[in-house]
Design a protein around this ligand. Structure first.
Ligand code: AP5
Ligand code: MG
Length: 216
């Protein structure tokens, strides 16, 4: 049976930060639709070309493109026993498509990482990403030992284009309008667990493990 864990939460809530740790702790591959789109854009694929303007403006990529890309990824052998979704689903139709794909009774757990909007803006504004290994740092909250250099692999750190303040506001608005309804959608199914994301990353991680009833 395929075990699926969904990380839900606003842009900048810490889904990516926690997904890396949880994926190691649970032995499940980390599948991020945002990362998949960014890879396609940097490799200049046709899909990347179709997705680029949506990412840059903070809008959602249309459901059909997103669902096809996701299912293509999750049909690879490493996902056979389960996977951890970061940034998918983000709309009710995406959640319905996933539900149909998995079928009734599939073990599905949703962790909703909750962080207030003002903190979100601060987190996104200072986010730093490694071009080489994808490590996520922050100018103030996890500052690199050497400016511009990744602590994990010494690669180059950069800021995402969609972390400019006006795009962050747009992404937050899109989140509240289109993605937050999923809390109710999965709440009705009895599979949505809330985690307080407004704590240090180690504490959020412990909170995620406790919700999943896994020993730290
Ligand atoms: P995506 O890449 O998924 O972006 P997002 O959801 O906006 O989420 P982020 O990656 O911004 O935040 P995060 O929650 O991962 O936070 P992080 O751990 O980095 O999507 C980008 C775009 O792709 C979308 O806008 C859309 O266009 C498109 N897209 C993707 N999926 C789609 C879908 N399903 N349908 C349609 N379109 C889709 O943390 C943020 C910062 O905070 C970091 O600097 C980190 O170091 C810091 N931090 C994290 N946790 C803590 C903590 N506990 N305390 C202090 N600092 C912390
Ligand atoms: Mg992310």
């Amino acid at each position: 049976m395929t075990r699926v864990i969904i990380l839900l939460g606003a842009p900048g809530a810490g889904k990516g930060t926690q997904a890396v740790r949880l994926s190691q702790a649970l032995g499940l591959p980390h599948v991020s639709t945002g990362d998949l789109f960014r890879e396609n854009i940097s490799q200049g694929t046709e899909l990347g070309g179709r997705a680029k303007a949506y990412l840059e403006s903070g809008q959602l990529v249309p459901d059909d493109l997103t669902v096809d890309m996701l299912f293509d990824r999750t049909s690879r052998p490493d996902c056979a026993d389960g996977y951890m979704l970061d940034g998918f689903p983000r709309t009710v139709p995406q959640a319905e498509a996933l539900g149909e794909r998995l079928g009734d009774g599939a073990p599905l757990t949703v962790l909703n990482i909750e962080v207030p909007d003002d903190i979100i803006v601060e987190r996104s504004a200072g986010r730093l990403l490694c071009r080489e290994c994808g490590n996520i740092q922050h100018k103030s909250f996890s500052p690199p030992a050497q400016e511009g250099v990744c602590d994990a692999c010494s690669g180059e750190l950069y800021q995402r284009k969609d972390d400019q303040p006006e795009v962050v506001q747009e992404r937050l608005g899109v989140y509240h309008a289109q993605t937050e309804p999923l809390v109710g959608h999965y709440g009705d199914q009895g599979v949505c667990l809330s985690v307080d994301g407004n704590r240090a990353p180690d504490e959020v991680f412990a909170g995620c493990l406790a919700s999943l009833e896994v020993e730290a």
